[in-house]
Design a protein around this ligand. Structure first.
Ligand code: URA
Ligand code: CA
Length: 433
C-alpha cells in the first residue's frame, strides 16, 4: 500500500488515483492520521492537476461515507433536494421548500450558515422568533412525514470529510476547483439521502464561477458525477451579476419569501422558484412535464396552500407562525437610511459581492465563523439593472441596529452600483434552464 506521501506524489505528477487510494486519503484525513499539511498539499495538487470524472465520483462517494448517512427510506416518494452554489440575497430555499412541499414533494433538507458576503438559509430561518434549526434525527423524519418538510443545520456527523476539507480549501486558495466543488456539493446531498438533486449554478461577480464557460463546465461535471453515483442531477445556470430579488439580510429575506409565497414577490425570485420548483415536481413524480408542474405551483400560491405550508412548517420548528400574516413580528433594524442616486442615468450593473459586503457592514453577515449576526439588519434594493433613475431617486434602503454602521454600508453600496449614461437592456436571469 502506498504511503500518504506517495499518494500526494501521484497527484503532484499528474497521475490518476484508484478509488481505493481516494478512499484512503479521505479516511486518513477524517481520522486525523493525515495531518492538515499533507491534505493541503494534496488539495493543491488536485487543484492544479485536476481529477477525472471517475476519480471525482470515487472522492465524492468516500466523502459521503465518511460519517453518518441519513436514511430517508421511511418517507414515501422520491426525495428531491435543491442546492445553489451560493450567492447574494438568494432567498430561494425559503420559498421553494414550502412551495414544493405544498404540492406533494417531501423536503428533508440540511442547510448551511452564511459566511463572508453570502448568506445562509439557517441564519435567515432563525430570524423568525423561536425558530429552531436543531432537531433530533427522529423528529426531523417525523416532521417531514407529518408536515411535508423540515430544514435543519448540517449535523457534524454527516459528511465530516467535507467540513474538514472545505475549512482547509478556504485558507489554501483551493476552493474554485471543479472536481473539489463537485465532491463537496454531491457528497453532502448523497449523505443527506437525496435521490435526485436540482442545482442552481450561479454565474457572475457574486458567484464562485465568474464566467459562463466555467459555470457550464461545473454543471456538466455535477451531472456526470451524479449519474456515476446513481443520482439524477439537473442543473440550471443563473446570473449572479445582480442580487436575486430586492432584500439582502436575514429577516428582510424572510419578509421577501413570505411576499413571494403570497404571489407578491419580486419577479426574478418568483420566476426562479417556479423554474426550480417545476423541475423538482417532475423529478419527484408529481407532474409529467414542467409546464404542468408550473401550473400546480402557481395554483398553490394562488389558493394560499403554499403559505399554509409555510405556516405549518414554522410552527413545527418552534417559530412564531403569525409572521406569515404579520411581517412586523420579524425584527427590523431601528436605524434606516435611504441611499439616493447622485446623478441621473441607467443602472448599468452591480458588483453583487459588493452588495453582499454592504449588507455585511450593516451587521447582517459574519466575517468569521464565530461572529454573531444581526437578524434585523440588511438592505433592500430599489433598482434593477436596466432601470432608469433620476438624481435623488432611492437606490437602496439600509437597515441597522447601530446607526454608526450605516456610513460604511452606504459607501460600500454606492461602490457596488454602476450608473451609466446610456440605456442598458436588463440581463436575462437564466443562461440555461
Ligand atoms: N458550495 C459547496 O458546498 N462546496 C463548494 O466547494 C463550493 C460551493
Ligand atoms: Ca433576495
Amino acid at each position: 500500500m502506498k504511503s500518504l506521501e506517495e499518494l500526494i506524489e501521484v497527484k503532484r505528477d499528474g497521475g490518476t488515483h484508484t478509488a481505493d487510494e481516494l478512499q484512503r486519503l479521505v479516511s486518513a484525513f477524517v481520522s486525523g492520521e493525515m495531518p492538515d499539511y499533507q491534505m493541503a498539499a494534496w488539495l493543491m495538487a488536485a487543484f492544479i492537476r485536476g481529477l477525472d470524472s471517475a476519480e471525482t465520483a470515487a472522492l465524492t462517494e468516500a466523502m459521503a461515507r465518511s460519517g453518518r448517512m441519513v436514511d430517508l427510506s421511511s418517507i414515501p416518494g422520491v426525495k428531491v433536494d435543491k442546492h445553489s452554489t451560493g450567492g447574494v440575497g438568494d432567498t430561494t430555499t425559503l420559498v421553494l421548500a414550502p412551495l414544493v412541499a405544498s404540492c406533494g414533494v417531501p423536503v428533508a433538507k440540511m442547510s448551511g450558515r452564511g459566511l463572508g458576503f453570502t448568506g445562509g438559509t439557517l441564519d435567515k430561518l432563525e430570524s423568525i422568533p423561536g425558530f429552531t434549526v436543531t432537531l433530533e434525527p427522529d423528529d426531523f423524519l417525523s416532521q417531514v412525514r407529518d408536515v411535508g418538510l423540515a430544514v435543519i443545520g448540517q449535523s457534524p456527523d454527516v459528511d465530516p470529510a467535507d467540513k474538514k476539507m472545505y475549512a482547509l480549501r478556504d485558507v489554501t486558495a483551493t476552493v474554485p476547483s471543479i472536481p473539489l466543488i463537485v465532491g463537496s456539493i454531491i457528497s453532502k446531498k448523497v449523505a443527506g439521502g437525496a435521490d435526485a438533486i436540482v442545482l442552481d449554478v450561479k454565474v457572475g461577480s457574486g458567484a464562485f464561477m465568474k464566467t459562463e464557460a466555467d459555470a457550464r463546465a461545473l454543471a456538466a461535471e455535477l451531472a456526470r458525477v451524479g449519474e456515476l453515483l446513481g443520482r439524477t442531477v439537473v442543473c440550471i445556470l443563473t446570473d449572479m451579476d445582480q442580487p436575486l430579488g430586492r432584500a439582502v439580510g436575514n429577516a428582510l429575506e424572510v419578509r421577501e419569501a413570505i411576499a413571494t409565497l403570497k404571489g407578491e414577490g419580486p419577479a426574478d425570485l418568483t420566476e426562479l422558484c417556479l423554474v426550480l420548483g417545476a423541475k423538482m415536481l417532475v423529478l419527484g413524480g408529481i407532474a409529467e412535464e414542467e409546464r404542468e408542474a408550473r401550473d400546480l405551483l402557481l395554483d398553490s400560491i394562488a389558493t394560499g396552500r403554499a403559505l399554509d405550508t409555510f405556516r405549518a412548517w414554522v410552527q413545527a420548528q418552534g417559530g412564531d407562525e403569525r409572521v406569515a400574516d404579520d411581517v412586523s413580528l420579524l425584527p427590523i433594524g431601528a436605524h434606516t437610511r435611504a441611499v439616493a442616486a447622485e446623478a441621473a442615468g441607467w443602472i448599468a450593473g452591480f458588483d453583487a459581492e459588493g452588495v453582499g459586503r454592504a449588507a455585511m457592514a450593516t451587521g447582517a453577515g459574519r466575517a468569521r465563523k464565530e461572529d454573531d449576526i444581526d437578524p434585523s439588519a440588511g438592505l433592500e434594493l430599489e433598482v434593477k439593472v436596466g432601470q432608469r433613475v433620476e438624481a435623488g431617486d432611492t437606490l437602496a434602503t439600509l437597515y441597522a441596529s447601530d446607526a454608526a454602521l450605516l456610513d460604511e454600508a452606504e459607501v460600500r453600496l454606492r461602490n457596488a452600483v454602476r450608473i451609466g449614461t446610456e440605456a442598458v437592456e436588463p440581463p436575462p436571469l437564466f443562461l440555461e434552464a
